[in-house]
Write a protein that binds this ligand. Structure first.
Ligand code: CDT
Length: 311
C-alpha cells in the first residue's frame, strides 16, 4: 500500500509591529482553509509566525520583549488554530516565541510545535542554532538578536510519528547545518518541517543579494537528498515595516528536487503529494548509513566546535 500525504507549505507575507495576534491568526486560519481545500492533511507555517521578526529590534525592557512571547500554547488567541485543525482534520507546524516556567525559572525559546489532525500537540522543538549576536550593533541596518532573546534549545533534534510518517522539525538557521538533518536522518526521518525568517540582507558581510535565496535552496535541497527526506520549508516573506525577508518557501523531495515553490512574497499556499516511500531507495543505496558511514573518522564533529588549523 503506497504511503501518500498531501502536504502544504503556507508562506506568510509581512507581519508588522502594529499587527495584533487576532489579525495574524485570522490569516493563518484562512491559509489552513486554503490548504484543506487543496486536499492537504498537514500544513507548515513559518518560524515566529504570530509576530513580526522582533529579533531585528534592540530592546532592553523585558516587559516589552515579552510581548512577543506566548505563555501558553494553545492560549486564548491561538486556540482557534487547534479547533480548526480538529474540524478539518488538518495537522500543522507552527513557530512561535515560547515563554515557559520550569523549576521556578523563566525560560525563553524559539519554538515550533507539531499538531496532529486531531488538534493535539504531538511534538515540540526548541531552536538549537541561534544565529546573530547578543550585543547592540549600532552601525548595522537592523539587529539579529536571537542570541539575546532566546536560550539554546534543550530538547535536541527529535522525530515523531505523525501522518503515517516519521516527522522531524527544525527552525530557520538550523537548515544550514548538516548536523541538524543527519541527527534526524539517523532516526529515519521522512519529513522535516521547517519555518524561517531570512533577512534579504546579510548584516555581517555585504553579500550579493541573490546569494540569500541560493544558499537557502542549496541547504534544503542538499540536506533533503543526503538524508532521503522530504523537506517542507515555510518562509515569512516581504517587507516587515520596511525590513525585507526572502520568500522561496518550498517542498523539496528526497531526491533534492523542488516539488513546489511559492512565487511571491505574501500569504501563499503551495502543495504537493508526498510519496513517503520515495526516500527509501536513497536510504538503501547511496545514503545507506549502516553500510557506508565511517563514524570512527567523525570524532571531531562532536569533540571540536570551532575550526582549528594544526598543520
Ligand atoms: N531566523 C534565522 O535563523 N535567520 C537566519 C539569518 C542569519 S543572519 C544573522 C538564517 O539562517 O536564515
Amino acid at each position: 500500500m503506497p504511503r501518500k500525504l498531501k502536504a502544504a507549505v503556507a508562506q506568510l507575507g509581512p507581519i508588522h509591529l502594529a499587527d495584533g495576534r487576532p489579525a495574524v491568526v485570522k490569516r493563518l486560519l484562512a491559509l489552513m482553509r486554503e490548504a484543506h481545500a487543496a486536499g492537504a492533511r498537514f500544513v507548515v507555517f513559518p518560524e515566529l509566525a504570530l509576530t513580526t521578526f522582533f529579533p531585528r529590534y534592540w530592546m532592553t525592557d523585558q516587559n516589552e520583549i515579552d510581548r512577543f512571547f506566548e505563555r501558553e500554547m494553545p492560549g486564548p488567541d491561538t486556540q482557534p488554530l487547534f479547533d480548526l485543525a480538529r474540524e478539518l482534520g488538518l495537522g500543522f507546524y507552527l513557530g512561535y516565541a515560547e515563554l515557559t516556567q520550569e523549576k521556578g525559572e523563566l525560560h525563553r525559546y524559539n519554538t515550533s510545535i507539531l499538531v496532529d489532525a486531531d488538534g493535539r500537540i504531538v511534538g515540540r522543538y526548541r531552536k538549537i542554532h541561534l544565529p546573530g549576536h547578543s550585543e547592540h550593533l549600532p552601525d548595522a541596518p537592523f539587529q539579529h538578536l536571537e542570541k539575546r532573546y532566546f536560550e539554546v534549545g534543550n530538547e535536541g533534534f527529535k522525530v515523531w510519528r505523525a501522518f503515517d510518517a516519521v516527522v522531524g522539525m527544525c527552525i530557520c538557521n538550523d537548515r544550514r547545518w548538516p548536523e541538524t538533518f543527519r541527527v534526524m536522518g539517523l532516526q529515519g526521518v521522512e519529513i522535516v518541517a521547517l519555518g524561517y525568517n531570512t533577512p534579504t540582507e546579510n548584516i555581517h558581510h555585504p553579500e550579493p543579494l541573490h546569494l540569500r535565496m541560493f544558499h537557502h535552496l542549496l541547504a534544503i535541497q542538499a540536506n533533503a537528498y543526503q538524508n532521503g527526506t522530504w523537506v517542507l520549508a515555510a518562509a515569512k516573506a516581504g517587507k516587515e515595516d520596511g525590513f525585507g525577508l526572502i520568500g522561496g518557501s518550498a517542498i523539496v523531495a528526497p531526491t533534492g528536487e523542488i516539488a513546489a515553490r511559492t512565487l511571491g512574497e505574501d500569504d501563499e499556499v503551495v502543495t504537493a503529494t508526498l510519496d513517503l516511500d520515495l526516500g527509501d531507495y536513497i536510504k538503501r543505496t547511496m545514503f545507506n548509513f549502516e553500510k557506508h558511514r565511517r563514524i570512527e573518522h567523525y570524532r571531531l564533529i562532536t569533540e571540536r566546535t570551532g575550526a582549528k588549523v594544526e598543520v
